[in-house]
Design a protein around this ligand. Structure first.
Ligand code: SF4
Length: 201
């Protein structure tokens, strides 16, 4: 025999039990005519407000151009303008590149601030070869671009692009910090246009 405990009494009769269950179901039905709102709807809104769609290229290029680490390579007087650019007045840390690396393996940017002699050229090329890929070079100053006032000298390399690929050229003897910053911004715009398909070429 079906038995159910109701508040204050037991039901021993089947019909009465069916009726009691039916009343419970009808009561639930009466209170279940409206859709209960999803308590997690706020999560959808939150996600919608915080999701940005972009491409892998754009994301990688943004990360790379925003955190370039220059390697130490300052063979002559342009170095002083580079040092000024790194100091508080011009502050290249605003562009994510204040960490100068003594190890080429931790660097992806070479700012060639100074005259390059043929005697030093093999060492500079070795530093470039040891830098992490992808890597970039800014030729800073007339000497780096073309040998500058030493063009024609048997001892001076007539431009770093004779031994390594150069991405951006900055004229001047020496270029002012503003010019170097302009060169850095130019390089960042160049990196922003890179494609993953270019990797390994
Ligand atoms: S460009 Fe002028 S300042 Fe720069 S390394 Fe050459 S001589 Fe020196």
């Amino acid at each position: 025999m079906a038995v159910e405990k109701l508040p204050g009494r037991y039901i021993y009769d089947d019909k009465e039990l069916d009726r009691s269950e039916g009343e419970g179901i009808e009561a639930l039905k009466a209170h279940s005519q409206e859709v209960i709102p999803d308590p997690d709807k706020w999560l959808e809104e939150e996600l919608r407000a915080n999701i940005l769609l972009t491409t892998v290229n754009a994301l990688l290029n943004w990360a790379r151009r925003s955190s370039m680490w220059p390697v130490l390579c300052f063979p002559a007087c342009c170095a002083f303008e580079l040092i000024c650019t790194a100091a508080s007045r011009f502050d290249i840390s605003r562009f994510g590149m204040e960490i100068m690396r003594a190890s080429p393996r931790q660097a992806d940017l070479m700012i060639t601030a100074g005259t390059l002699t043929w005697k030093m050229a093999p060492q500079v090329k070795r530093i470039y070869d040891q830098m992490a890929e992808p890597k970039w070079v800014i030729a800073m100053g007339a000497c780096a671009v073309s040998g500058g006032i030493f063009t024609g000298s048997y001892a001076v390399v007539p431009g770093y692009n004779r031994i390594i690929p150069v991405d951006v050229y900055i004229p001047g003897c020496p270029p002012r910090p503003e010019a170097l910053l302009h060169g850095i911004r130019t390089l960042q715009r160049k990196i922003a246009k890179r494609s993953l398909l270019q990797e390994g070429k």
